[in-house]
Design a protein around this ligand. Structure first.
Ligand SMILES: *Cc1c(COP(=O)(O)O)cnc(C)c1O
Length: 505
C-alpha cells in the first residue's frame, strides 16, 4: 500500500465515513489536480464529477485564481478582522453586495452588509444568531438587556421553520435546523427545537397523483400545490400560538444533501411570499446553489447555430445568466444570504453571511449597551480566501464563463436523457449544473432501495473504478461538474454512471 495511504489509515478520521469500511481497502490519495481532472499518487486520473463536494467552480489550479492567491501571498496571508480591516476583504464585501443585489429595486431589503466566516455551517450559524437576536430586540423581548441573562419566559423564544430533509451544516445551530434523522437524531439532546414543513419532493410527494413517467417528476406532476398550502398552514398555526416564526430557512431551487430535491418553478416565490407576509425573516442557504450553479432556466444552447436561444427560438440577452444566486431566479430577496462552498472557487475555506441594514441597525448602540454582535472566528476575513474569491467573481462575470455554463447545462441535459433507458433510474433532477439521479428498484413502482443495500455507494465505487469520482446522497447519485468540464469529459461522467448502473443490479 502507498505510504501516504498507510499514514491516513493509521491516523486520519474521515468525515461522514464508516471508518471500518474505510480501513478495508487502500484509499485513493489525491496528489494533484488540473481543470476537472484529479490525479492520485499512483498516477491514475479521475474526473471530479462532484466538484470536490460541490466546492470547485472553474477547475483545479486555475491560472487566474492561482495568480490571485500567489499575489496575495507576497503581501500577507492573514491578519485579524478583530480590530483591523484588510484590502481583499473590503473589496470582496463590496463585490458580493454588488452581485447579490443585481437589478434590485427594493431599497430597504438590500443585502448591504457582509459578515465573513469560514464554512457553510458557520455562515448559517451567523444568520441564525443574528435573526434570533434581531427578533428578540424588535419584538421587545430583550428591552431590559442585561449581562446577567435575560428574563425570557420559556415558550417566547424566536422560533425557526425549515424544510423536511433539510441539511444546513454540522455545528449545533445548523444541526438544529436540520431534519435528517440519520445525521441528527443522536444529538437531539444537544439541539434547540425547530419546526419542519414538507418540501416539494414531487417524485415522492403524497399529493402527486401522477403515475411514474420517464421524465423529471416536476414536469408531469398532478397536484394542486398542496406543498404550498402546508407552508401556509404551518405559518398560520404558529401565529395562533402567539409567537409567529422568526425565520424561514431554505435552500432555494434545490435542496442538496436532502437528496437533490428540486423545487417546481414558482414554489420558492410563493412560499417566501407567505413567510414574509407572516413577518418571518428569510434565511437563504445558498451554500450549494450560489455562484452560478443553478443558473439559466431561460435559455438553451443551440448546437447547430452555436448561439444561446430562449425556448421560443429568440436570442436572449445574456442578463438572465448573470444571476449568480438561485433566489434571484424567482425574484426573492432574502434577509440573510449564506454562501460558502464556491465562494473562493472551491480553493479555500471561506464563507459569508449577507444581511440588511435593518438587521445591522438592531445591533448598533453605545458600547455600554452591549448590543454588539459577540461572534467571530480567528480566520474571519482571511486575505488569501478573499483574494481567491475576488478572482472567482471576476471569472464568473466573463462572457466566456457565462456561455460555457449555459452550454454545459444544455449538454448535461441532453446526455442525461440516455439514462432513462435504465429501469433503476427513477427520477433525473437537474437544476442548472446540479444533478441528482434517484436510483430505485423499479421505475414503474418507485420502490426504493433500502439504505443498507448501499445502492448509491456501490454505484459510486464502481464509477471510481471507471475514473469518475462522486459521492451519493443515499440512493441519489450526484453530478455537479466543474464549469470547465469539456464536452468529452461530461460525456464520460454520464457514460460511467450509465454503464455502472447497468452492470450493478
Ligand atoms: C455543504 C453545505 C452546508 C455546510 O457547509 P460546510 O462548509 O460543510 O460547513 C450548508 N448548507 C448547504 C446547502 C450545504 O450544501
Amino acid at each position: 500500500m502507498n505510504k501516504l495511504a498507510q499514514l491516513d489509515q493509521r491516523y486520519v478520521w474521515h468525515p461522514f465515513t464508516q471508518m471500518r469500511d474505510w480501513l478495508r481497502r487502500e484509499p485513493i490519495v489525491i496528489a494533484s489536480g488540473k481543470g476537472a481532472v484529479l490525479r492520485d499518487v499512483h498516477g491514475k486520473e479521475y474526473l471530479d464529477a462532484n466538484a470536490s463536494i460541490w466546492t470547485n467552480l472553474h477547475g483545479h489550479r486555475h491560472p487566474k485564481i492561482n495568480a490571485a492567491i500567489t499575489q496575495q501571498l507576497k503581501k500577507i496571508s492573514h491578519s485579524s478582522a478583530l480590530g483591523f480591516a484588510n484590502e481583499p476583504a473590503s473589496l470582496l464585501a463590496e463585490k458580493l453586495v454588488g452581485v447579490a443585489n443585481s437589478k434590485l429595486k427594493i431599497k430597504n431589503l438590500k443585502l448591504g452588509k457582509v459578515f465573513f466566516s469560514d464554512d457553510g455551517s458557520t455562515a448559517l450559524e451567523v444568520a441564525l444568531k443574528l435573526a434570533y437576536e434581531f427578533t428578540r430586540r424588535t419584538r421587545g423581548w430583550s428591552s431590559s438587556f442585561s449581562l446577567s441573562g435575560n428574563t425570557l419566559k420559556r415558550g417566547l423564544q424566536p422560533r425557526f421553520l425549515s424544510l423536511a430533509g433539510a441539511y444546513h451544516g454540522d455545528t449545533i445551530g445548523a444541526v438544529s435546523l436540520g431534519h435528517v434523522d440519520l445525521f441528527h437524531k443522536a444529538y437531539g439532546g444537544m439541539l434547540f427545537a425547530t419546526d419542519q414543513v414538507m418540501s416539494p419532493y414531487c417524485y415522492r410527494c403524497p399529493f402527486n397523483q401522477a403515475k411514474p413517467e420517464r421524465a423529471d417528476a416536476r414536469n408531469y406532476r398532478k397536484c394542486h400545490w398542496e406543498c404550498v398550502g402546508q407552508v401556509e398552514q404551518k405559518f398560520a398555526a404558529q401565529r395562533k400560538k402567539g409567537n409567529p416564526y422568526a425565520g424561514f430557512v431554505f435552500e432555494p431551487l434545490m435542496q442538496g444533501a436532502a437528496g437533490m430535491i428540486p423545487q417546481p418553478a414558482g414554489w420558492l416565490a410563493q412560499v417566501t411570499q407567505i413567510a414574509r407576509a407572516q413577518g418571518a425573516l428569510l434565511i437563504a442557504d445558498e451554500v450549494m446553489t450560489g455562484f452560478g450553479r443553478t443558473n439559466s432556466v431561460a435559455a438553451v444552447y443551440d448546437r447547430r447555430s452555436d448561439v444561446l436561444k430562449t425556448h421560443d427560438g429568440h436570442r436572449p440577452p445574456l442578463q438572465p445568466f448573470q444571476h449568480l444566486f438561485a433566489c434571484q431566479q424567482e425574484n426573492v430577496v432574502p434577509d440573510f444570504l449564506c454562501v460558502a462552498k464556491g465562494l473562493t472557487g472551491g480553493y479555500l475555506p471561506m464563507a459569508a453571511t449577507l444581511t440588511t441594514q435593518r438587521v445591522f441597525d438592531a445591533f448598533l448602540g453605545e458600547y455600554e449597551e452591549f448590543k454588539t454582535f459577540f461572534h467571530g472566528h480567528s480566520f474571519t476575513g482571511n486575505q488569501l480566501g478573499a483574494a481567491a474569491a475576488l478572482a472567482n467573481l471576476d471569472l464568473l462575470a466573463t462572457k466566456n464563463s457565462v456561455t460555457q455554463r449555459a452550454k454545459l447545462q444544455q449538454q448535461l441535459h441532453d446526455e442525461l436523457q440516455t439514462l432513462w433507458a435504465l429501469p433503476q433510474v427513477g427520477d433525473i433532477r437537474q437544476v442548472g449544473l446540479v444533478v441528482g439521479v434517484e436510483l430505485v428498484k423499479d421505475w414503474r413502482t418507485r420502490a426504493p432501495f433500502a439504505l443498507r443495500e448501499r445502492a448509491g455507494i456501490r454505484v459510486c465505487e464502481a464509477m471510481a473504478r471507471r475514473g469518475v469520482l462522486t459521492r451519493p446522497v443515499g440512493n441519489v447519485i450526484v453530478l455537479l461538474p466543474p464549469y470547465c468540464t469539456t464536452p468529452k469529459q461530461l460525456r464520460q461522467m454520464v457514460a460511467a454512471l450509465a454503464a455502472t448502473v447497468a452492470e450493478s443490479f
